[in-house]
Ligand binder design. Structure first.
Ligand code: P1T
Length: 379
């Protein structure tokens, strides 16, 4: 089945008791048993809930993964993956990634004995050099947040396989419509479902998918034991949002390209980070592993200081200044002071994340209005 058909149908069946087309919101914490252990497949809603199960099956299908588990946030999903590892294990990660991911690595799991190394994953030799006998996982985020770097998933998988390490890809910026890491050899795919998948800025949720039964058993055990599960109402909202994922993504991509090209030609803009440009350092890799280039981009002004960036952000009228991304409405953010504030300044600057960088999540409004808004705000 193709993507659009799976988005609408995978994991979903008319409700057997009423024929309802939409998966019901099973707002219940527990399920009746005929005799101890004899039940209809559901015992307690932390372990399984039918609304959540339908969503998990749907998302697994969209990622071409055999198994999927949903969590109460993207960070909950990341947390569950990290809990698979033991003190002394090493994780090699991209040096340019969501600030919250960096924070859970360094402020929480380092205290529990996991070791993290951060490398520029455009440089495959640097990745090889960072791997040691203790490396158990390679953490890829691509496109990266917020520098829009592209990491070659197949090349990284080769390196981690040779070292007997697992590869996980945070696929949040691409969405399953644009990129499927499991097809490229990754062991685990994760998402902040909050973003493109839910798509309407009304839910916080995470997802972990894999085609390995062994990994899924571990993730399922952690999901049930630690308990960071989403409720049935949120699961319903995401199932509803997913039905238009492919349609929304094509418009995000169309608008993203128009805005990127407009900014590139703007006399007050110094540089635009968007993987669709032919001179983007990993444009060829993006073309190889992504269907299109997405609706996320970042840019810096010629007047390269925080005040100039703040002025633009304060003057936007259609774009809303806010954290998050991937919703139908356009958002603008200042990563250095917002989403990536937990990364030390020197480290941020090393990855190119300057104080003047503005990140845009280009929504699906009429592109003329988005461009007019940027025109008046940049001046
Ligand atoms: O916010 P949450 O659903 O917990 O997801 C965390 C997360 C994980 N991975 C990536 C690539 C992300 O961008 C995020 C969350 N990011 C934002 C809130 C943001 O504005 O960048």
């Amino acid at each position: 089945m193709k993507f659009g058909t799976k988005a609408i149908h995978a994991g979903q069946h008319p409700d057997p008791s009423t024929g309802a087309i939409m998966t019901p919101i099973y707002q219940t914490s527990t399920f009746a048993q005929e005799s101890p252990g004899k039940h209809k497949g559901y015992e307690y809603a932390r372990t399984q809930n039918p609304t959540r199960s339908a969503l998990e099956a749907n998302l697994a299908a969209l990622e071409n993964a055999a198994y999927g588990r949903c969590f109460s946030s993207g960070m909950g999903a990341t947390d569950a993956i990290l809990k698979m590892f033991n003190p002394g294990d090493e994780i090699v990660s991209t040096n340019d990634l969501y600030g919250g991911t960096y924070r859970i690595f360094t402020k929480i799991y380092e205290r529990y004995g996991l070791k993290f190394k951060f490398v520029d994953m455009k440089d495959l030799e640097a990745v090889k050099g960072a791997i040691s006998p203790q490396t158990k996982l390679v953490w890829v985020e691509t496109p990266t947040n917020p520098m829009m770097n592209i990491v070659d998933i197949e090349a990284i998988v080769q390196i981690s396989k040779a070292a007997n390490a697992l590869t996980v890809v945070d696929n949040t910026f691409a969405s399953p419509y644009l990129q499927n890491p499991i097809d490229l050899g990754a062991d685990i795919v994760m998402h902040s479902v909050t973003k493109y998948i839910a798509g309407h800025s009304d839910v916080v949720m995470g997802f972990v998918g894999t085609s390995s039964k062994e990994i899924d058993d571990q993730i399922g055990f952690i999901q049930n034991s630690s308990g960071a599960i989403p409720g049935p109402q949120d699961s319903f909202l995401v199932l509803r949002g997913i039905k238009t994922l492919h349609v929304r993504m094509d418009r995000h991509c169309d608008n993203g390209e128009k805005v990127a090209r407009f900014l590139k030609d703007h006399p007050k803009v110094e540089k635009v980070y968007w993987p669709g440009f032919e001179d983007h350092p990993n444009h060829e890799v993006a073309k190889k592993q992504m269907k299109r280039f997405g609706g996320m981009l970042s840019f810096i002004l010629k007047d390269d200081n925080q005040e100039a960036a703040f002025k633009v952000l304060e003057q936007l009228r259609v774009f809303t200044l806010a954290e998050s991304l991937g919703g139908v409405e356009s958002l603008a953010g200042h990563p250095a002071s917002m989403t990536h504030a937990s990364i030390p300044k020197e480290q941020r600057l090393e990855a190119g994340l300057t104080d003047s960088l503005i990140r845009l999540s280009v929504g699906i409004e009429d592109s003329d209005d988005l461009i007019e808004d940027l025109k008046q705000a940049i001046g």
